[in-house]
Design a protein around this ligand. Structure first.
Ligand code: ADP
Ligand code: MG
Length: 218
């Protein structure tokens, strides 16, 4: 469940970005749609507590994200949010399996190697566990990042432009994976995108349109 009311965020020396209110049921899907620079990634950062709103609030699973202390917010994020960033942020120094293991450190939990293997198996990349991210194709790297996002069984999955660099076949596969993963966990799925193919593939999703909701900033 995600609810936002009067949400705003101002970067230094900029006009505030103002976001229309949303209300999405647990297990629902929300598309953040709008052109580049319209505030989609900022909205995701607010919903995951990486940024604190300058006005209004966003509640995720009944928790007001901005109301948490900085330390509590990191722990909350690690336990509840599965983030698939646009830039995948896989460490090239570590194997795929060890990249996933880092999730447990972030959450203050002992590394569960069986859970890592299980997450890789679910996404059909178990055989890639020992590889370095540089040895993966783009699609494989995204699967590894998605496996990492799903490892602690999040109640919310946030994906930032997941299809931007994918051809039509890979785009469909990526959206299927996101949908199936969210559905298995009954997680709320939020996809930020300016890709018309995503709109076509998810015709019944809630949509937060950014092109009109956000004023043009200097
Ligand atoms: P989108 O994800 O839709 O492309 P963003 O949320 O990244 O949009 O950006 C929204 C606006 O905020 C843009 O005008 C962008 O230039 C500005 N912006 C993004 N990040 C920063 C930052 N760290 N500092 C200042 N301005 C930023
Ligand atoms: Mg963005």
């Amino acid at each position: 469940m995600i609810d936002s009311r009067g949400l705003q965020f101002a970067y230094p020396h900029s006009e505030p970005l103002r976001f229309a209110d949303v209300s999405v049921a647990q297990g629902g899907t929300l598309l953040l749609r709008g052109p580049s620079g319209s505030g989609k990634s900022t909205w995701l950062a607010l919903a995951s507590g990486l940024l604190t709103p300058t006005a209004g609030e966003v509640e995720v699973g009944g928790q007001s994200v901005g109301g948490l202390s900085a330390a509590a917010r990191d722990a909350w994020r690690a336990r509840h949010i599965g983030f698939l960033p646009q830039k995948l942020h896989l460490s090239d120094a570590l194997s795929v399996a060890d990249n996933l293991g880092l999730v447990f450190f972030a959450a203050g939990l002992p590394v569960d190697k069986a859970a890592v293997a299980g997450a890789l198996r679910v996404l059909n990349i178990e055989s890639l566990a020992a590889r370095k991210p540089a040895q993966l194709s783009g699609g494989q790297a995204q699967r590894a990042a998605l496996a990492r996002a799903l490892l602690l069984r999040p109640s919310v999955i946030l994906a930032d432009e997941p299809t931007a660099s994918l051809d039509d076949g890979a785009c469909e596969a990526s959206l299927d994976l996101l949908r199936n993963s969210a559905s298995k966990l009954n997680a709320t799925l939020v996809i930020a995108t300016h890709d018309a193919r995503v709109m076509q593939a998810l015709p019944n999703a809630n949509v937060l349109a950014f092109d009109t909701a956000v004023p043009v900033t200097a």
